[in-house]
Design a protein. Sequence first.
Length: 403
Amino acid sequence: MSLDYQVFDPSPCSFPRPRVPVLPRGFAPASTEDAALLRDVPSLSGQGLHFTRGRYALGEAYRRAGLDGYGALLAPAYHCVTMLDPALALGADVLLYTLDSDLAPDPVALDVLAERSAKPVKALLATHFFGFVRDFSWLKQWCYARGIVFVEDCSHTLFTERYQAKGAGWYGRFVASSPYKFLPSADGGWLYAPDAAVLASAVTQPASWLAELRGMKQCLDAARQPRVSPADITALDRQLAVLAKRTPVAGDEQRRQRPAQSSQYQLEAERRAALRSSRWLIGHSSIRAAIQRRQANYRRWLQAVTSLPNCHPLYPELPEQVVPYMFPLYIAHPMPHFYWLKQLAVPVWRWDEMAVSACPVAADYRLHLLHLPCHQSLSDDEMDWMVAAVGKVLRLPVAGALR
Ligand SMILES: Cc1ncc(COP(=O)(O)O)c(C=O)c1O
């Protein structure tokens, strides 16, 4: 099946590399306090399958759900292309269901899509976006009643063999996660099934020793990347004054049709196991530090944007059990605010390449919803710098800035 994508191509803008890593780096070893934290969490050690990324875990789940050229996947309209890629690689149809402004699935839209699908719907993917774990029991029932396999997407939740964020992994026949997004490993996707029998006979190929060495080097290089300093905060006003005088160079907005998976999904990596070093890091890093620092940094962001114009946080409350992946911030004027943040080398992610759907929220969030880092290895200076940059940029009046 070919899908239409709306794509933002940033190449004309020449954005610099982000000055702060979007994902964690370094190594904070587990301590005795971790042991206390983990006492009440079931250890799933030795269960499931390790892949290099969550997308390949999803691929295996889709395949085992029976997805092929004769079936269809229901997937969220707001998505990263790697959530759809594995289904497209299998030749399946992908039908995008509508989400509300909180990114919760719309049950009415699901009914309509399932009824109208030209091919039998074999699997449904539902995501706990940004670590905010949802009660998907109704969706589990909905799938069960229709003979559809529920694939639970825990890519944005802390979900590993050692620790599962509360509520995550409770619903899916298959549960796919991306531990490398939470802990400082070079790679790491994990596929878990509460009924281990459904993963029976699955095998992955171990990584080569050269790949292991490269992975270790990648982790060491990331840990050594220079940090921002208080002087960088002082420099922001001057940098912004220069930027605001220039006419911003817009990126290219394109509509592209793609007959199959994107280049971010490599067929030869489908059965490759995660690096041994990644599994070791994921198994020995401090979970407690990850949870505490992420929550503290999320709250810091919340506080920083409370009275900021031109934006609002997607989730203005942080429930105690949530381990946030990123801080999702809605901005009213991507041009020029997103552009300026990127020019300042602030690490901003956005899903600006997305398959086109009938969902107005997905269409809106594609350019307006920023994903800002809140991970545990951000230093105080890095948080201060990002908070200052976002504050200064979003306070700049748009019309004045474009003069
Ligand atoms: C919600 C979600 N699910 C799945 C994936 C695929 O994860 P990975 O990057 O581990 O392949 C992503 C990728 O960013 C994602 O954001």
